[in-house]
Design a protein around this ligand. Structure first.
Ligand SMILES: [Zn+2]
Length: 118
């Protein structure tokens, strides 16, 4: 019997009662149950997000100071700093500094030498 069934069963038993102690107890349990359900929902979402992050992590490789997608040959670099600190996959742009090819994250400003993946 699930929580909802038990709850419905209990409501059936106390329906019609005017006993304030019983009603107060039911309201308290209902309040707590609602909080538990909300917490459960939040935890499920968090697990879902963590699984996605882990999956994404396994599809990225570190070359130099930037991340690259393993199965992508476009040589698109992603910012390691933004990924590690906030799990945001931010594309880095290619620039030249004193004629040296560099990549720069326009979000956090991280800049380092551009290394071609392949
Ligand atoms: Zn960044």
């Amino acid at each position: 019997m699930g929580l909802q069934d038990k709850w419905d069963n209990m409501l059936g038993l106390v329906t019609g009662t005017n006993d304030p102690t019983t009603l107060k107890a039911v309201i308290e349990v209902q309040k707590e149950m609602s909080q538990l359900l909300q917490e459960n929902q939040n935890l499920r979402q968090e697990i879902h997000d963590l699984k996605n992050e882990r999956l994404m992590d396994s599809e990225l490789e570190l070359i130099g100071h930037f991340l690259y997608k393993k199965h992508d040959n476009s040589n698109q670099a992603y910012c390691l700093k933004c990924w590690d600190s906030e799990r945001k996959l931010i594309r880095a742009v290619n620039i030249k500094m004193y004629d040296i090819p560099m990549s720069e994250c326009l979000r956090c400003g991280f800049t380092s030498e551009y290394i071609k993946k392949s």
